[in-house]
Ligand binder design. Structure first.
Ligand code: DGJ
Length: 740
């Protein structure tokens, strides 16, 4: 309605690092009752419709100026089988009134009623230094049940959504399903869904499928985020969306417990994305006056393809999510003992590794599993967090002191949420392990999961970690988690509350992490779960880095890390160089290739460095020194996936520093066929008119390249690199030359 008299409330915030970032804003048009939320290149619109329901109106490219949209209007019924409710894109539909599609909320009342109809009640807007926030309250047409929908927009182009269910009735009601949000896309038969799935040792496999009518359910029912599916999705349009172009609607959930994202194509080809708590086995009783909060669902939109969607997410994670945001500390180069020694850690062995690691340029020494309790193998010890006297007769102090003298800081492995039946802790508190009493109980890696929903377990974990970190100069914890839930029983509380375990466990996990960091502000933490089983935007609020996979084979890592990069910043992606033949597949990959692959994330070393030859050591020393010169560009810059590794014998990645002063390009050839020359690689994201000094890591692989090139030459002409044979790799740095 151009020219319509509008009353606009404009709340604008320039988030964090300033003027270069696009503004985020929430506008409300009181006449049409339409909210317009903009962030980065995205706009999201919602309105109150003629039925007093809250309706999604738009999610797509940024709309400038006042909204010209008329008020929301509910859709007519399609047939007697499809009433208006099933055709109208409701913003947060409860189950009731005959809703046949995926509900965001389902509640049962003590009188047997299970129907809920949410009407718009009111709204509240606030602006803040970290983004604008909108709260819209819905209320059941009859019962005093309220749903508060929260929206927050962030400048990098992210909308955060979550909900809060409030019981103001006089009786206990039971929440049987609760989503954070529903997102709607207009009808089309050409949507495709990308997601990340896998298993232990093979996480982060990128899948893309065409959407057809029905449900695609991405989920974990395992009590934690899972290796099998990660709470990330991207929707594109077939034939239009590529790495570098086309529309992408994307999102990820901030929850480290059982989660679900239901992607439904309705009979009319509308897409409905509903994400939040997993509905399987879910039940949460709400007493009068009680609230249930749902996880945060972060979503975004770009018209520039999957690469840009990732860059928006990476930037957002660095700016808003990670500890220390908007300036998370760069990741130090770690040495980790696991692949070198497994459980056979002891003072002499760890010191020998530390001495050698320090001489190469390593910055942090981490003792992995095996240092505590009676931990000779994975059969015993979890729960007994005292230093093993046989392995470390003088405690940890001499090792830590020496590590400090060597110029490194010290980290240690823990697995706080687990217990071996063969442990003193289990002998004392057998009831702390999750189980269904009287039923068989499943052990995995000979261990059980402690029920962290219990306050006594929470106190135990917090106090042993606090003691460990207080009594030893520990800069870093590698927090591991090596199995899924199997029997999620909690018989210490009354029956209706037992399923609260799905929520309370994770809330307590976050509380312990937050409290530990509060008590030890310099402490850094890695989230590891037998590899990449616990990586999500919930845990990343409390952890500085993650271990993406136990698979350290450099060839597999190319694809694993590529998949990872679709959802998470390389700045948290720990990547070790390990020994060959690789423990998993016996593959023999040359050291430089292993290093180059690991340098595309947060570099670490997991080899038995005491066995490295003089040549290997000097190569490693050179590459560590090189990595330090590009670290902030790799960890905090903008990533361009130039040539994806899947289905290609060559691949290439490029990272451009936030301020544009440096870029680094990595190129990999894993197998050469027919002597084909390495194909020209073209850079991206540079300033076309700027001049760059071209600094190859291996001049012999970059012969013929001019010493200086303009951005347009690097991006247009590209680079001819001399990579040959199997497992050849290199890196080239572009340093911007300031012209007088
Ligand atoms: C699984 C982790 O992913 C490994 O890196 C290592 O820490 C082992 N657990 C130790 O048990």
């Amino acid at each position: 309605m151009p020219g319509r008299k509008v009353c606009l409330v404009l709340l604008a915030a320039l988030v964090t690092s300033g003027a270069a970032l696009p503004q985020s804003a929430i506008r409300y048009d009181a006449a049409s009752r339409v909210w317009q939320l903009s962030a980065g290149e995205m706009t999201y619109e919602i309105g109150v419709n003629d039925q007093n329901g809250l309706q999604t109106m738009y999610w797509g490219p940024r709309l400038e100026g006042p909204s010209t949209l008329a008020s929301a209007k509910s859709y007519p019924e399609a047939a007697s089988f499809d009433a208006s409710l099933s055709t109208t894109p409701l913003e947060y539909a409860a189950w009731g009134d005959g809703l046949p599609t995926q509900p965001a909320l389902k509640i049962s009342f003590p009188d047997g009623n299970r129907s809920l109809i949410l009407d718009y009640l009111d709204s509240k807007q606030t602006d803040g230094p970290n983004g604008d926030r909108l709260e819209i309250t819905l209320r059941d047409r009859l019962a005093e049940v309220y749903v508060h929908l929260f929206y927050k927009v962030y400048a990098p182009g992210i909308l955060a959504r979550w909900s809060q269910i409030e019981n103001r009735t006089k009786a206990v009601i039971t929440v049987e399903q609760a989503a954070s949000a529903t997102l709607n896309l207009p009808p089309s038969t050409s949507y495709e869904l990308s997601s990340l799935s896998g298993r232990w040792g093979a996480e982060w496999q990128l899948q893309t499928v065409a959407l057809v009518p029905g449900h695609n359910v991405l989920e974990s029912r395992r009590g934690s985020t899972s290796h099998q599916s990660n709470p990330w999705l991207a929707i594109g349009r077939t034939g239009e969306t590529t790495e570098t172009a086309g529309p992408v609607w994307f999102g990820e959930l901030g929850w480290s417990g059982s989660w679900q994202i239901d992607v439904e194509q309705t009979f009319s080809h509308r897409i409905k994305i509903t994400g939040g708590y997993n509905t399987f086995d879910f039940s949460y009783p709400l007493a009068p006056g009680q609230l249930l909060n749902t996880p945060i669902f972060y979503v975004g939109y770009t018209s520039k393809g999957h690469g840009e969607a990732s860059r928006i997410l990476h930037h957002f994670q660095q700016q808003q999510i990670l500890p220390g945001a908007p300036r998370p500390k760069p990741r130090p180069i770690i040495y980790n003992s696991w692949e070198a020694t497994e459980f056979n850690v002891d003072e002499a062995g760890q010191l020998a590794l530390a001495e050698k690691a320090a001489s190469l340029g390593v910055e942090r020494m981490v003792i992995d599993d095996g240092w505590f309790g009676q931990r000779a193998t994975d059969h015993a010890g979890l729960g007994d967090w005292y230093v093993n006297q046989t392995k470390f007769p003088n405690g940890l102090k001499p090792v830590i002191d020496r590590v400090h003298q060597l110029g490194m800081d010290f980290g240690i492995w823990v697995e706080p949420e687990m217990i071996n039946p063969d442990s003193d802790l289990y002998r004392k508190h057998p009831d702390w392990a999750m189980s269904f009493p009287g039923r068989p109980r499943t052990e995995a890696r000979n261990q059980l999961v402690l029920n962290l929903a219990r306050d006594d377990v929470k106190q135990f974990i917090l106090s042993f970690l606090d003691k460990l970190v207080s009594e030893n100069d520990i800069a870093f914890l590698k927090w591991d988690y090596n199995r899924n839930w199997s029997e999620p029983g909690w018989d210490a509380v009354p029956l209706p509350e037992q399923k609260e375990i799905y929520v309370r466990y994770i809330d307590n996990l976050y509380n312990v992490l937050a409290e530990l960091r509060k008590r030890h502000p310099k402490l850094e933490i890695e989230s590891c779960s037998g590899g990449g089983g616990r990586v999500d935007l919930g845990i990343l609020r409390y952890t500085d880095e993650v271990w993406p996979s136990d698979n350290t084979d450099a060839l597999d890592r190319l694809s694993i890390q590529d998949g990872f990069s679709h959802a998470y910043t390389p700045g948290v992606m720990v990547a070790w160089v390990t020994d060959v033949p690789n423990f998993l597949d016996r593959r023999n990959i040359p050291l430089q290739f292993r290093f180059t692959v690991a340098m595309t994330g947060a570099l670490g070393i997991g080899s038995d460095v005491t066995k490295w030859t003089a040549d290997e050591s000097s190569l490693a020393t050179r590459l560590l020194a090189f990595y330090k010169t590009i670290r902030s560009t790799v960890q905090q810059g903008a990533l361009y996936r130039l040539v994806a590794p899947e289905a290609n014998e060559q691949s290439a990645l490029e990272y451009v520093a936030e301020d544009g002063h440096q870029a680094v390009l990595f190129a990999f050839l894993h197998s050469q066929h027919y002597g084909e020359p390495f194909q020209t690689v073209r850079a991206k994201g540079l300033e076309p008119a700027a001049l760059y000094k071209v600094n190859p890591l291996d001049p012999a692989k970059a012969t013929g390249l001019p010493q200086q090139m303009t951005g347009s030459e690097l991006m247009g002409l590209g680079l001819s690199l001399h990579l040959i044979g199997d497992y050849d790799s290199t890196a080239i740095v572009f340093e911007k030359v300031e012209r007088k």
